[in-house]
Design a binder for this molecule. Structure first.
Ligand code: 5AD
Ligand code: SF4
Length: 451
């Protein structure tokens, strides 16, 4: 039998398939893991069937997010049976949350890696390759920020914009939220490491960074209080050459006047604030342990709107928190109407084990949650459409991020206030700043023509 040609053509590069769920922080974690694996010679593939290592980087924020992963794992049972040599791993928030339970419910999984040990991904996979079975790595080093070296190989999904982790974890303990358990206590990265990373990105041609943390406004509190978030923004504005700086997410409790001032003055910092309010009822805010009242929130929005011209303010809202009445839901609608958010992410309350709210009865029926969700969505969309239409005829500078899904001649960019603008244009616009005249406002984007 002639075996020669086959042997020569065999591709020995290890291949990894990685599927990501959840927020931007999780997406960044995936890019970091892919970078660490690429350093060890791995190549990324688009289907689990082609991969030697199959990873799911998971989210726990709502039950639905975990359910999707359980069902994916169900599908993979057959593939793993046929190819027991393939390594199957679960990483991220759900791994941290359910830990060894993954092995109980899905015994074909080889590896469970929590949010604190993802930087060891290559070594953990190697252990399995060497014959270890069912490795559980779920320690969180509460005292330490990640080593800057792990970010050096990050495989960015875009050439134009990049996420930069400025802190991990969350200390807020909102009653509904699993994140303090899945991501641990707040750990800020030293300002110098962040500055170096942003400078490096600017040198490599990136135009925009988004600074990430569960609550960026708490940045520095664990470092002894000398560096705060507003100061970090100020420093990045002064000392880096990146064109645009964004950040996510701000908790109303720590959004300071100094932050508004820096946003107004720092020319690289974009005029967009994502400031989750969650509900328009003081009673529910208290049950949620949010630490502010609707009036406090209203004053903050006033302050940022008057200090930062052109700012857009977006929010998160939860409907159907335990005991939420029809009147309290109506207060949320009223607040949305009054504050005219530029956009909002809407969620139906989902009980999470281990959280304070888990002990309250999830007493708002699913049908009612659905109806409230739809009602609020209709209102949010009506406001967005009205605001977008009001922009017709105006000119705005956008940074072009990517092609639209429609085709090669259609581009997507964003204004400084985070509005999405779609336009047609021949040639290469990727990564360019373009002035666009707005021709039509739609619900979730604007159409325009380059000037
Ligand atoms: N149920 C529904 N929504 C939730 N969020 C966080 N935890 C839950 C939960 N248990 C929402 C909040 C938060 C966003 C990221 O997800 O609105 O701001
Ligand atoms: Fe992100 Fe929260 Fe989901 Fe974790 S649980 S991936 S922090 S949204």
């Amino acid at each position: 039998m002639e075996k020669g040609p086959d042997v020569i053509m065999q591709d020995l590069t290890p291949k990894v398939y990685l599927q990501t769920y959840g927020c931007q922080m999780n997406k960044l974690d995936s890019e970091v893991m892919l970078g660490l694996l690429a350093k060890e010679g791995y190549r990324c593939v688009g289907r689990p069937e082609e991969a030697d290592v199959i990873l799911y980087n998971t989210c726990s924020v709502r039950e639905h997010a975990e359910d999707k992963v359980w069902s994916e794992l169900g599908f993979l049972r057959a593939l793993k049976k046929e190819h027991p040599e393939k390594i199957l791993g679960i990483t991220g928030c759900m791994a941290q949350n359910v830990k060894e339970l993954v092995f109980k419910r899905a015994p074909h999984v080889d590896l469970v890696v929590g949010t604190g040990e993802e930087h060891r991904i290559a070594e953990l996979i190697e252990g399995i390759r060497q014959g270890e079975r069912q490795t559980l790595a779920v320690e969180i080093d509460h005292g330490r920020a990640p080593d800057p070296a792990v970010f050096q190989t990050t495989q960015r999904g875009s050439q134009v914009k990049a996420w930069v982790e400025i802190m991990a974890g969350c200390d807020q303990m909102c009653a509904y939220c699993v994140v303090p358990f899945t991501r641990g206590r707040e750990r800020s990265r030293p300002a110098r490491d962040i500055l170096d990373e942003v400078k490096g990105l600017a040198d490599r041609g990136f135009k925009e960074v988004t600074l990430l943390g569960q609550n960026v406004n708490a940045y520095g509190q664990d470092l002894g209080g000398e560096e705060d978030f507003a100061e970090l923004l100020h420093q990045l504005n002064q000392r880096s050459a990146i064109s645009r700086i964004r950040f996510l997410t701000s908790h109303p409790n720590n959004a300071t006047s100094r932050l508004a001032q820096v946003m107004a003055e720092a020319e690289r910092v974009c005029e967009h604030l994502h400031l989750p309010v969650q509900t328009g009822s003081d009673r529910i805010l208290k049950l949620m342990n949010r630490g502010y009242t609707v009036d406090d929130y209203r004053s903050l929005v006033d302050e940022f709107r008057s200090a930062v011209p052109g700012i857009s303010i977006t929010t998160d809202l939860i409907v159907g928190f335990p005991t939420e009445t029809e009147e309290e839901f109506a207060m949320t609608l009223d607040l949305v109407r009054e504050l005219e958010f530029d956009s909002a992410f809407l969620f139906k309350y989902s009980p999470r084990k281990g959280t304070a709210a888990y002990w309250m009865r999830d007493d708002v029926e699913e049908e009612i949650k659905k109806r409230r969700h739809q009602e609020i969505l209709a209102l949010v969309q009506e406001i967005s459409l009205r605001k977008h239409r009001a922009q017709e005829g105006s000119e705005v500078e956008i940074l072009v991020e990517r092609h639209a899904r429609k085709g090669p001649q259609t581009w997507v960019g964003r204004a400084r206030d985070f509005r999405k603008v779609v336009f047609r244009g021949e040639g290469s616009y990727l990564g360019r700043f373009v002035n666009v005249r707005i021709t039509e406002g739609r619900v979730d984007h604007l159409l325009g023509t380059p000037q």
